[in-house]
Every structure is written in C-alpha cells, then in structure tokens.
Design a protein around this ligand. Structure first.
Ligand SMILES: C[S@@+](CC[C@H](N)C(=O)[O-])C[C@H]1O[C@@H](n2cnc3c(N)ncnc32)[C@H](O)[C@@H]1O
Length: 532
C-alpha cells in the first residue's frame, strides 16, 4: 500500500485524523514505566514504535540508548540498528523524524529501521518493549478496501472498532516473553463494546500492570483533541491478581504518580474496575453515537463570498443560503437572506471562470482583495478559493446548529436548508428526530453541568460550544432511550419547556445507571444486554 498524507481525511486544524503528537513529559514517563532508562544496559533491548509520526518517542529512545552506550561502553550505532524499530504510514512524517534525528547528531542511516508502510500489514520483529501512541481512526474512517483484510488479520477486530485496537493486537503479539507494552491512547476500549475482545484477550493472556487515566489532564498531547486518554502498561506474562490504577489532572503530576491496587479483570468485563473508580460505562460521546461534529465554512473574505445581493450577480447554481450565529439570536432562527458563493465543482475542484461568466465578472472585480488573503497567496493560481472546501450536500443534511457564543437556550435543528458559516458548529449524521433528541439533551442542565466541569468557558451562564468540548460530553445513547421517554423529551423540546425537559433528562440518565449496575452483576447479563 502506498503512503498517504491524507488516508483518513483531514481535521479542520489541518492535521490528519489519527494524528495527535505526544507531549515530551508523557514520552519520558512512558519510557520510564517500561524500564527503558539510560542507567540500564540497553544494548540488547529491542524496542518498537508502531506509528512514530515525527518521532516524539523515537528521539527520546535514541537519546536514552546513546546515554546508555556511553555509560556501558557498547557500540551505539550497532545497538541502534539492531534494536530500534519504528513505522509510520506517512512518508513526510518519517522524513521529519529522520531530520530531527540528524539535528540531534544521529548520522546512522536508519532506512531499514524506520519504515514507511501500513504497520498493520508489515512483517515485524519480536521485541522486548513497545511504546507509542497509535492512530485513532474511527471505524467509519477506515478505508473500505482495508476493512475486510483487517478483519481477517485481527481476532480482536470487533463491532465498530477503532484502528488503535488493531495496533494493540499486533504489537502485543510481537512481545517476547516478559516484554512490556505501553500505549497512550483513548480509554474508550476499556469500557465499550468494540474493546470487548481485546479486553478479554488481555485479561486471559497478558499481565495488566497499570492504567493511568489522563481524562482530566488536557496537556497530555501537543494539541487538545483527544477526549479521554489513558496510559496502559501490559506485560507478556501470566495474569496477576491485581494492577495499579492511577489518575492525574496535569502532566506535571507524572513526576509523582500515586496509584491504588485493584483486582485484575478476569474477562471482557472490566466494568468492576471503573465501578470502583466511579465512572459510568453506559454513557456515550456524540461521536460514539455515530454523529459527526464540524464547524462551518471559513472563506477568508466573508463580505465578498457571502452577501444578500449575490443572486442576480452570479449564477444561481453557485449559491447556497448561508447561516451565521447572528441569524440565531433570542432563541429564534431568522435567516438574514445572505447567500454563499460556492466556487467549487461537485468533485471538489475549483470551477473554471470560463464556465461561469457572471461569477467570473464578480470575482475578477474583487480580485485584489481575494488575492491578498493568506490562502490565495499560498496558492496564487487558485486565488478565488475559500479557506475551507464547501460541500453542498452539507446544506441538505439535517443538522444541529450551535453558535460558538450565543445567549440561546434553544438549540436549533436545521432540516436541510442552510449552509453554516465559521461561527457555527454543526452536528450531522442522524435523522431529524435523532437530532432533536440530541438537541434536547444538549439543552439540559445535565449537559450544562458537564460543560462547566470541562471548561470555564461559559458565556454569562450559556454554554460556549466548541468542538473540543462537544466531543467530551457524555450522554445516554439517544437510540436506547425508551419510546415513551423519547416522546416526552421531544414534546418538551418542541414546547421549549425547560423544566419538563430537565425532568425527563434526569429520568433518562438515572435509567441507564441502574441498568449498568445490573449489567455489572454478571457477565452473562452483559452479553444479553448487548444482543437486544
Ligand atoms: C496519534 S499519531 C502519534 C504519533 C507519534 N507516535 C506521537 O506520539 O507523537 C499516530 C500516527 O500514526 C500514523 N499512522 C496512521 N495509520 C497508520 C498505519 N496504518 N500504519 C502506521 N502508521 C500509521 C500517523 O501517520 C500518525 O503519525
């Protein structure tokens, strides 16, 4: 398979899905945890980083190996070539990783050790240590052509597994007896359905040593995108009676982590562990329910691309009704009548101005201002492109629209009439009814209180919606709400009756909690619950 800079699509920040680089403090902590420290003779310790990115782990590994070689007098270059292995699918990141090593005075050719390719399909060596931060790629984003192959290769690929599950399986299988495995990763697999087979396999065949929750430590990564990270340490040894659970609220606390011993899980049901630390495994994030969170289009020149008088000035087929936060104030949605000029063809390429004489005249009239935008200076041939691509089907999709800052208590569902601008977040991916149910949950005090806990970013008592916070919210699965409660919730939503809405939400959130307590009483019941 060839390298891909954009295999799983891009996030709005410009980064790729699956890319979140680990903070240096976390890298050091994890290498200490697996015992890869320079005070030891590392000359024969084989170590693997399966998705090295720009080399956060690799650099520290190589520095430690060099320090160890100085202390123990072994040949650093040979030890490096014999023992350090890394992979990444993205050639550019590998180049950056190698350039960073060269800046660090490492001039050994590492072409055989740091390889480009899909790690999941590579032949890999048996190793003593695995460390890393595997890619988080949701099931829907895994390329279709790979899904069936991966399903054959990995017995822990279950339900709608995220790609990182497969990285766990492949790397755990590469461990030599006694070998240690430490990943920083989303903690969702520890609790949810898609992590079930991996949990069962680890409980039976490995020794779970440590789970360190970083759920409340926003600084674990160089960018705050992953909602619920955890570090796990697992070794290739027989299961032990207990493991250590710890939690930190900032990576500064990694210097002095104190954990408590808990009984090791015996099966796929690890809920006892989370029971004892007080979390609720029945709640889901918006994305886990199958919705997508996005932000509206940034053009770089709103006064040119978005205006009321565009009809009549440019061809009709290039226009989309545009909605922004100002159109949604005072708990009312009132479209201002502005249109967005979409300069893209359905296949995502820019239109040719020869094909649209009216748009050509309009855009050429504004050429100077458009060319002065950063996005156009970077790409002068495409001077009339917008910062973000415009995908007209977004207009037609039912979606929740959330102004970044608003004084609204009502959350709007657009049935498919408008294209959101950059001061609106949107949630798509469900029917109008599902989106209305989700809106009702988002309007509840239950969610407001979570937002207050996650961030102080409230705007005079009203939520400030931002995608990183939206992604962290935990809610009862709207698809599992009982019919009568769902109808009551919708009725409260439509009447904009916040008291009733909060009452219904309180009833709903207490229902799954009772259910999860029941589930925790027996594995058998847990399996039954999933099958209904
Ligand atoms: C979460 S980033 C972590 C990067 C680095 N380990 C760190 O901690 O900073 C995940 C990395 O996985 C890489 N990746 C994604 N799919 C991959 C695959 N199938 N095989 C190997 N690497 C992959 C991405 O290019 C990205 O660099």
């Amino acid at each position: 398979m060839s390298s891909s800079n954009n295999r799983y699509g891009l996030r709005r920040s410009g980064g790729q899905h699956g890319d979140v680089f680990t903070s240096p403090e976390v890298v050091s902590y994890m290498l200490d945890l697996v015992g890869y420290t320079a005070d030891k003779d590392l000359s024969k310790v084989k170590i693997l980083e399966p998705s090295c990115g720009e080399g956060e782990f690799v650099l520290e590994i190589v520095r430690r190996l060099r320090d160890s070689s100085r202390r123990y007098g072994f040949d650093f270059g040979k030890a490096l070539l014999d023992n350090v292995f890394a992979y990444d699918i993205d050639e550019k990141k590998i180049e950056t990783c190698k350039a960073r090593l060269a800046q660090d005075d490492i001039h050994v050719s590492l072409d055989a050790n740091i390889r480009q390719g899909d790690f999941l399909t590579q032949q890999i060596p048996a190793v003593d240590v695995v460390v890393g931060n595997p890619p988080y790629i949701r099931y829907e984003q895994i390329p279709q052509d790979q899904l069936s192959n991966y399903k054959q290769l990995f017995h822990t690929f279950h339900y709608r597994a995220d790609l990182y599950i497969l990285f766990f399986e492949k790397t755990l299988r590469s461990l030599r007896p006694g070998g240690r495995h430490c990943f920083i990763c989303s903690n969702r697999w520890l609790k949810n359905e898609y992590g079930k087979k991996l949990r069962a396999w680890i409980a039976e065949s490995f020794c779970l040593q440590t789970i360190l929750s970083l759920e409340k430590a926003p600084d674990a990564f160089q960018e705050e995108v992953l909602a619920f990270p955890a570090i796990t340490l697992i070794s290739n040894a027989s299961p032990a009676a207990s493991f250590t659970f710890a939690e930190v609220t900032s990576i500064q606390q990694l210097e002095n982590v104190r954990g408590k011993k808990l009984p090791s899980p015996q099966s796929s049901d690890w809920s006892g562990v989370f029971n004892s630390i007080g979390s609720d495994d029945t709640l889901l994030t918006i994305e886990e329910m199958g919705f997508m969170v996005g932000i509206g289009v940034a053009t770089g020149a709103d006064s040119i691309f978005i205006a009321k008088d565009l009809p009549g000035r440019v061809e009709k087929e290039l226009l989309l009704p545009a909605l922004n936060a100002r159109d949604m104030s005072g708990n009312r949605l009132h479209w201002s009548g502005k249109y967005l000029l979409n300069p893209y063809k359905p296949n995502g390429e820019l239109i040719s101005l020869d094909d649209f004489p009216m748009a050509a005249e309009y855009l050429l009239f504004h050429r100077e201002a458009l060319q002065n935008r950063y996005v156009a200076r970077k790409n002068p041939g495409k001077w009339y492109k917008t910062i973000d691509r415009i995908v007209p089907s977004l207009k037609d999709s039912p979606k929740i629209l959330l102004p970044d800052i608003s004084g609204n208590q009502l959350i709007f569902v657009d049935e498919g009439k408008y294209y959101p601008q950059h001061n609106l977040y949107y949630i798509t991916g469900g029917t109008i009814r599902q989106l209305q149910l989700l809106s009702a949950l988002l309007m509840s005090d239950y969610v407001k209180n979570q937002l207050l806990n996650i961030t102080n970013c409230m705007n005079g008592g009203y939520p400030r919606w931002q995608s990183q916070y939206l992604r962290k919210l935990l809610m009862p699965d709207i698809n599992a709400i009982k019919e009568d409660l769902a109808n009551r919730l919708l009725s409260a939503y439509h009447k904009f009756d916040l008291n009733s809405l909060n009452d219904v939400v309180d009833t709903i959130v207490s229902y799954p909690r009772q259910k999860s307590l029941r589930k925790r009483t027996s594995v058998h019941q847990l399996e039954f619950d999933f099958s209904i």
